[in-house]
Design a binder for this molecule. Sequence first.
Ligand code: FE
Ligand code: CA
Length: 559
Amino acid sequence: MFLAGSAAIVLGTCSSTSSDGAATTPPVSTEPPDTDPATTTPSTDATMPPTLTDAPTTEPMVTAVASPETPSPPGLTTDPFTLGVASGDPDTTSVILWTRLAPDPLRGGGMPDEDVLVAWELAASDTFATLLAAGTATATTDHAHSVHVTATPPAGADADAELFYRFRVGDFTSPVGRTRIAPTSAVASASFVSASCQNYEDGFYTAHRDIADQQLDFVVWLGDYIYEGASQEIGAAGAVRSHGTPEPKDLAGYRDRYALYKLDEHLRAAHQSCPWFVIWDDHEVENNYAATTPQDPAETDGFVARRQAAYQAWWEHQPVRLDPPAAAGEYRISRAIQWGDLIGMSLLDTRQYRTDQACGDITFSLDPPCAETFDDDRTLTGTEQEQWLFDTIGKQGTVWNVIGQQVVMADISLNGAILNYDQWDGYPKNRERILRHLADNAVPNAIVLSGDIHLAGVAVLRAGAAIGGADGTPVAVEFVDTSISSGGLVPPETADLVKSFKEIVDVELAHRGYTMHTVTPSTWTATYRIVEDALIADSTVSTYGRFIVDAGTAAARIG
Ligand code: FE
Ligand code: CA
């Protein structure tokens, strides 16, 4: 784990048994703190944070944590926290806290050309009256003055408690974020969102406003966080906002594009509301790129360097528990996450290792697939990641076993024709190996989460099914989330045709939004939230439908 110079001030913790073996009751402070934590001098007084006072047995004894002072960098005269704060990748002991200092966000950030010390604070309430942990991290010029802090609440603290965090530099204090760590054992219920595809020009982030209003455990982001497209005038090609800059092709360009997106108040609010697990799709680099092959073969020269710049900018702007990308080559983002005994999830990268799209990546062709489509070695995951998935899925001891990934896995072929070679339909042998693995290993309660295609859908995936066939064994339910804002790709008038495909349970093609998942040991409920009109700000958000999977079945019923 990359700590970016993080130097946490360590907490004193203890159980209700003191070091000499005598049972003790830690002193409980009933008085509010008498000074602003920012000006508190380090103290060894033991006090109980307010949210821990009613713990009946093993009360953690939290030593008062002092907030570190950070010098005000020369030349920093305006608020550097324009891009907000975020948290992510919680495990059972810690969570990643993120911010990036950018007083002039759309022009390279505007920070002085030096590394800057940033203070961070973790607390049990948004008053920050008592800190659970605090420290400093170095925001470096090399990484656009971003910081990724591993924040660890004291051992023995309530693993299910809300946590609050903020950053300070000099006289400036960031907005407050809400987060949590992952639960440790039995989980009765969890709620989270899967979301993707937020083209800034195509619509407003009303869906994020709605996400921020939910009391979620976490968000899973399935890709297309930025779009790399050039700038359009507002009103041209349906654009309701403008990127304002050319297509990014270098580090500076990608950084400014992320900054533009993060300036959106609703996106910042969604990040501030709960921790996120973030993976990417294609538009974080370039539309439909495959490994080191760009969409346009004429741009092959320099594409590896461009991809590297895009990967670095992604890391700089996401609250991920990953080292920053090294100078060149592979950058692994696939990882497993776990939510107690309830949800295990393998997050995949289906861009970096894939074979180039077959048949010239033609879309909506009604011709039979070209022969290469069925080559055994065509891969969407890469061989190594495929094996990692087999080693991970169903091995976490959880009720539900989830694959979180980018592109639609369901068979949406039409009379044998493949309509979209960028999806799993274009990699049928790789798909069949995965579905066969789920069947052969009796992986229980398998769920696939997908994005990319800007429509809401529910499908039942089958192992051993012929392309477009009626045979096969149901092995998983796929939930496709529609786009936050990116324009629809499949015409709404084709809904009845799409619903007639063998694996499709339902689709909604006309609206933007996201999917909220409410998960218990007995049921998985996916609630499709849709924005009435993403082309106007402050539209309304409503529920399109609910789809329920009963544990022990690979079927979805309307709830
Ligand atoms: Fe997209
Ligand atoms: Ca995509």
